[in-house]
Write a protein that binds this ligand. Sequence first.
Ligand SMILES: *Cc1c(COP(=O)(O)O)cnc(C)c1O
Length: 342
Amino acid sequence: MRPVINAQSWVTVRGGSLLAPEVLDAMNEAATCFVNMEELNLAAGKVVAACMTGTDPMSIEMLPDTKGLRDEVLMFKGQRNHYDSMFELSGGNIVEYGGVKDTEPYQLEAAITDRTCCVAVVNGPFIPVGLHIDEIIRIAHERNVPVILDAAAEVPPIANLTSFIDQGVDMVAFSGGKGIRGPQNTGLLAGRAELVQAAYENMISFGKPRAGVGRPFKVSKENIVGLVTAIELFLDIDQEAVWADWRRSGGYIFDRLKGIPHLRIVMEDGDPNRAGPQPVIYFEPGWDGPKADEIRQLLEKGDPPIYVGNGGYRDELNIVMVNVQPGEEVIIADRLEEILLR
Ligand SMILES: *Cc1c(COP(=O)(O)O)cnc(C)c1O
């Protein structure tokens, strides 16, 4: 296998993120001994199945059979996404409210029934927001329904680790292997203690007669230790310095490509839909060179293969800097220059 340049983001198809030496050291050390895994999980975590079963052992044992349980996961139609099949995997049924682009409070209100186990919300780049999160929380909580949030790729900034919970979201999920730079097969659940406990019991089922629906998602001691170490490092990061770095390397690509007729290159900075400062190439009406998809294909076929972002608001080529390693900005600029000026 040959390594590729990842200017696409923390996506699983390109390997997520890179583990820091400290994380690898912690994982190596964890791989040399046995531990009580229940204690390790509790020590590490003090972190949808949870909304359906709570901590009731009979319900946990039953899943994914949800007979008699509240099993409806409400989602704004505009937020249906690649990952929402995970709700169904544990026995949940997705019930949509609203339209493809917009929704009104009464539509969520009408969708809540005594079968509703939670309202699920996803925060992600270029995913329509629908109702404001405060409004969703108000409507759901008035009816005793928890709100769970998929914020997998929403850190950094570090503040987001707590900000959604401060807003009133009941439980939020973050990827361990994206911006936090822990092992790819880890994640974090945070929020109301009883929901986190319920999720834990659905996952672990130590000492129970039957393993729960979370068993296929078990996390090894090496990965738990790696995630905790990555979080500790992440909390100490100087985010401004990291962004300054991306501004410098992204700015290099910008400088090399600016001025090509009928292309508008912008150093995007501060757009909440984008993972940090990054150069974006927009195509003006007079452009008659290769189209965005064609350029992507040429980049991917090169040596080394280069992957860039999937686009954003419209036709564009976004070069996501989060995983671009020192020096790779030169290779990316060389390749793009070759393709765009040919
Ligand atoms: C990446 C992502 C996921 C999946 O997270 P993994 O840690 O890769 O399993 C889920 N939801 C959203 C919005 C994501 O961006």
